[in-house]
Design a protein around this ligand. Sequence first.
Ligand SMILES: [Fe+2]
Ligand SMILES: [Fe+2]
Length: 190
Amino acid sequence: MSPSSPDPGRPLPAPLANLRELGNPLEFLYLDHLQEREICAVLDRISNALAVDPDDVSDVLAFLREVLPFHLADEEEDLFPLLRKRCEAEDEIDKAIHRLLSDHSHAAEDTPDVITILERHAAGGCELEEGERMALKQYASHARRHLVLENAIILPIAKLRLNEEDLDRLRHGMLERRGLGRLWDSPHTG
Ligand SMILES: [Fe+2]
Ligand SMILES: [Fe+2]
């Protein structure tokens, strides 16, 4: 889980406006999704390969270990609570978030198995066993389904409903989680 979780009730450190130059945090979530989609394609390639490419394996392992945990925490600890706070009843956001959290917990159960399979093939050169192939394909397929829901529904609703301060909170949480919260302490000269 993430090393830091901002308290939504706590006043944000100033000057937040300066950090807006870092961009819209929703765009970072879109970029994570783009990368996740590419990783799904690599998982399929590994599943189908007669000789697994070790670079493919290391790309997926890096994503699963270093990118995905932060991304899941960004959504669970910052994005989803903000959406729950801002959305209208007509958005039916609770239902969608419930589904997404269930996907996340299934992914959390499956990710260690996928990592184990990939570690077994870290040197590359061999073909996967049938069970391993199925596990990787299923993982990629679930991840793709999840991405469709987030890209088609969650992020567009977030764009519509979250205000500037909400985006500041989201940006703040994402930076702190990555150990970049100290940016707030630096004098800004721009
Ligand atoms: Fe996501
Ligand atoms: Fe997600």
